[in-house]
Design a protein around this ligand. Structure first.
Ligand code: ATP
Ligand code: MG
Length: 334
């Protein structure tokens, strides 16, 4: 029995969360779901976008599911606060094509591992006389731990190559640290028997961006710093069918939080048009994190079938079904 903290959030967050939980109930696993609040509606009712109680619940459960929140400029970002409090330093974004979904490539399957705690998103900016500066923080420790995650994920997913992405020719000091840490971890891991078959290489981020469009099949696991990872993972999402399809994991040493890449989409909230796939796939990532690989696979296969049939799809996928009708089709298959 797993205790799962569920944070539906705002806009389409509660809609896709409801759909995903409806599907989860059909699996052979017992969950104890505990609902917690965060986001803009929560702010209006409680005066904070993320109550301490929510953070405590998330920290003390086996995993957390997060829908989406609307972040109003000036308010504290609920998701960033939560990632920090839970020590979630790695953002994993699978780039995967699904049959039946209109996309640029129909056969992609690679993983982007993005460092999520430092880099250019450290939030240290300063106004200067001429304009402004931002501080790019790269530590050996964070570079090593993200590289380790990349190798562990590669092994878990049966991948045989890990590629570091950086710009060490220009950002000599910061990406020099990242690059060196990566190669040290690569050496350590490829000396172990289970990892000895893995290829290791590196690319400059500009070249990686080009290859992702021209020859993405060369990628298996990419590992990179915060900003580069943010940009490359949206590029990856664009290759495989867009926002409604892309899940993500945020993981640390003891915790995992799983969320769709899309936001709260206030423009379609309440209309039943939200595609539940990204949230359902996020729950599948959660099951993998909990080492429930068989159930994760079953869930993904059921969704795949629904996509392939093209009978119960939401409007963004070219269908006419509602969020719950699509979820119901997935549950029927399970
Ligand atoms: P937020 O401020 O919470 O990020 P947003 O307005 O940026 O919200 P997103 O959720 O990031 O909205 O999505 C951008 C657009 O993509 C929206 O206009 C929405 O119509 C569409 N979209 C996002 N998610 C989905 C989904 N699950 N199903 C269908 N369409 C979606
Ligand atoms: Mg958005």
């Amino acid at each position: 029995m797993y205790t799962i903290t569920v944070i539906p959030g705002d806009g389409i967050g509660p809609e896709v969360m409801g759909a995903a939980m409806y599907v989860l109930e059909a699996l052979n696993i017992e969950f104890k779901f505990q609902e917690a609040r965060a986001g803009n509606d929560c702010y209006h009712e409680t005066g904070t976008t993320i109550p301490d109680e929510t953070i405590e619940m998330a920290k003390n459960s086996d995993a957390t599911l997060f829908g989406a929140v609307t972040t109003v400029p000036g308010q504290k970002s609920a998701i960033i606060t939560l990632r920090k409090a839970m020590g979630l330093y790695a953002n994993l974004r699978p780039v995967k094509s699904y049959p039946g979904v209109n996309s640029i490539y129909s056969d992609l399957d690679f993983l982007i591992v993005r460092e999520n705690s430092e880099g250019l998103y450290s939030g240290v900016e300063q106004e200067t006389e001429e304009g402004a500066t931002a501080l790019r923080v790269i530590t050996r420790k964070a570079s090593e731990r993200i590289s380790e995650i990349a190798f562990k994920q590669a092994l878990k997913l049966g991948k045989t190559r890990v590629t570091a992405v950086h710009k060490a020719n220009v950002l000599k000091k910061t990406d020099g640290v990242f690059r060196q840490a990566f190669w040290e971890i690569a050496r350590k891991y490829t000396e172990m028997d289970e990892y000895s078959h893995m290829e290791v290489d590196e690319l400059y981020v500009d070249a990686a961006a080009m290859f992702m469009v021209q020859d993405p099949h060369r990628f298996q696991v990419l590992v990179t710093t915060n900003l580069f990872g943010d940009i490359l993972s949206d590029e990856g999402a664009g290759l495989v069918g867009g926002l409604g399809m892309v899940p993500s994991s945020n993981i640390g040493d003891n915790n995992g939080l799983f969320e769709p890449v899309h936001g709260s989409a206030p423009d379609i909230a309440g209309s039943g048009a939200a595609n539940p796939a990204a949230m359902i796939l996020s729950t599948s990532l959660m099951l993998q994190f909990l080492e429930e690989h068989q159930e994760a696979f079953k869930l993904e296969q059921a969704l795949l079938k629904v996509l392939k049939q093209r009978k119960y799809l939401t409007v963004d996928l070219g269908g006419t079904s509602t969020t719950m009708e699509m979820a119901h089709a997935v549950r029927e298959i399970l």
